[in-house]
Design a protein around this ligand. Structure first.
Ligand code: CA
Length: 438
């Protein structure tokens, strides 16, 4: 795990005033990566790093002559239309670029004028998916989510016997993962209505959100080689926000015996910004298991994982309905929770995924699974918040929701803050439901 270094110092200040605005997600201690271009032009997408309300254009920075050595190598790798090459370079290169950017963006930096010339306002850009995602694996790491969902199907034994031993996951689909701003049509599918004997085909009637984080793999492993838990985080580039939209009625009919299929692969939305594992170092937390639960098997256990395997990352879900939008009302918060409640850590996910020799590749994406906290008001999906649709949520304007309606827009936000550290944020992950095509 990344030790704290000078880039985490909360006293650091940038020469860019917008980096110090209260509540800014992108102070000098964050420096997350995205792939962007200016709106309304045909220029190439390329890597960028957020600072305040600006982006450091990494093509311009690589051309500016301000960097040298490994930092320049990393900058050139990130100046492409996806971050896969940078991800493949490894933690030493990511860290070299972060340190160089941190020094050049600080008050008093000799390179201020040269770096200032590389800035592009965030307000005038569009983003794309920051990596070519070869494979997408979705985990199920919230024991509260697994229990809440299990109760709806098996009230007497909500949690299946493997849950506390194995990080549960399944292989998802990468082609329909899009960046924040995604608008997608309500999926059509096959469902079996209660009491019916013949299935119906039509628009999904129980369209749901899944509040997750996305974990981007950096360096991969050769097929046949497992990644030990002591090395697992060296293979992780960073973390983004992920809304893994789900069609609950389609899921309920199709999921046995092989798991979810078309109920999950029609759209997944990620935030444009990837916050690196190095930036997250000040917000790590102890990973603990209740004494009555099985402790992780030796291959899923290490002193570092116990001491700081968890991550204190605050998360929230907001909803804006079409009526709210028409009335000029802002999105309303549905849920607030924290990633530290996860039952399995990022390192455990990486290690378990490779114990059989499965090879991970730069740009692969893991979903954490829906992140629900210990109480129902911290649930990361409507199926839990509304108890299977039985308890509708009443919004401040009097509207009610059980599942999503056409035109609803969902925003995910995430941030880390802790005494003695800067507050850093993840930006937004926004997606909108369009009517079905049939
Ligand atoms: Ca999911």
């Amino acid at each position: 795990m990344t030790p704290l270094n000078e880039t985490h110092n909360p006293a650091l200040r940038s020469w860019l005033a917008s980096a110090h605005v209260a509540g800014c997600d992108f102070p000098l201690q964050n420096l997350p990566f995205a792939v962007f271009r200016r709106q309304g032009c045909a220029e190439a997408f390329r890597g960028g790093v957020a600072i305040g309300d600006q982006i450091v254009d990494l093509v311009a920075l690589a051309d500016s002559g301000t960097l040298a050595g490994l930092a320049q190598t990393a900058c050139l790798a990130a100046a492409q239309s996806s971050l896969n090459t940078l991800m493949a370079l490894g933690a030493e290169a990511w860290s070299a670029l972060r340190l160089a950017l941190s020094r050049d963006l600080r008050e008093g930096a000799l390179q201020q004028a040269a770096v200032q010339a590389c800035l592009v306002p965030q307000a005038g850009v569009e983003y794309t998916v920051p990596a070519r995602i070869g494979d997408y694996t979705d985990f199920y790491t919230s024991v509260y989510h697994a229990t809440n969902i299990g109760k709806q199907f098996r009230p007497d034994s909500p949690l299946l016997p493997n849950y506390k031993w194995v990080p549960i996951g399944y292989h998802g689909r990468a082609s329909s993962i899009a960046v924040s701003g995604q608008a997608f049509h309500r999926p059509v599918g096959q469902t079996m209505p209660p009491g019916a004997t013949v299935p119906t085909v039509g628009p999904c009637e129980r369209l749901d959100i899944e509040l997750e984080i996305g974990i981007f793999i950096g360096t991969g492993n050769a097929v046949g080689d497992a990644i030990a838990i002591t090395q697992a985080e060296d293979h992780v580039f960073g973390v983004c926000l992920l809304n893994d939209w789900s069609a609950r009625d389609i899921q309920g009919w199709e999921y046995q015996p092989l798991g979810p299929f078309l109920s999950k692969n029609f759209a997944s939305t990620i935030s444009p910004w990837i916050v690196t594992m190095e930036a997250l170092a000040p917000y790590r937390a102890a990973f603990t298991r209740p004494a009555e639960d099985p402790q992780p098997l030796p291959y899923l256990d290490s002193p570092a994982n116990r001491e700081q395997g968890a991550l204190d990352l605050q998360l929230e879900v907001l909803l804006q309905t079409p009526a709210m939008r028409a009335a000029g009302q802002p999105a309303t918060r549905l849920v607030q929770t924290n990633y530290r409640h996860a039952y399995w850590t990022i390192a455990q996910m990486v290690t378990h995924h490779t114990i059989n020799g499965c090879n991970l590749q730069p740009g692969d994406l893991f979903g954490s699974g829906t992140l629900s906290g210990p109480t129902l008001d911290q649930a990361g999906a409507l199926i839990e918040l509304t108890q299977g649709g039985k308890q509708p949520v009443t919004l401040p304007n009097g509207e009610v929701r059980t599942y999503l309606e056409d035109g609803d827009a969902i925003t995910l936000r995430g941030w880390c803050e802790r005494p003695g550290a800067a507050r850093i944020g993840f930006g937004e992950c926004v997606g909108t439901v369009l009517p079905s095509k049939t």
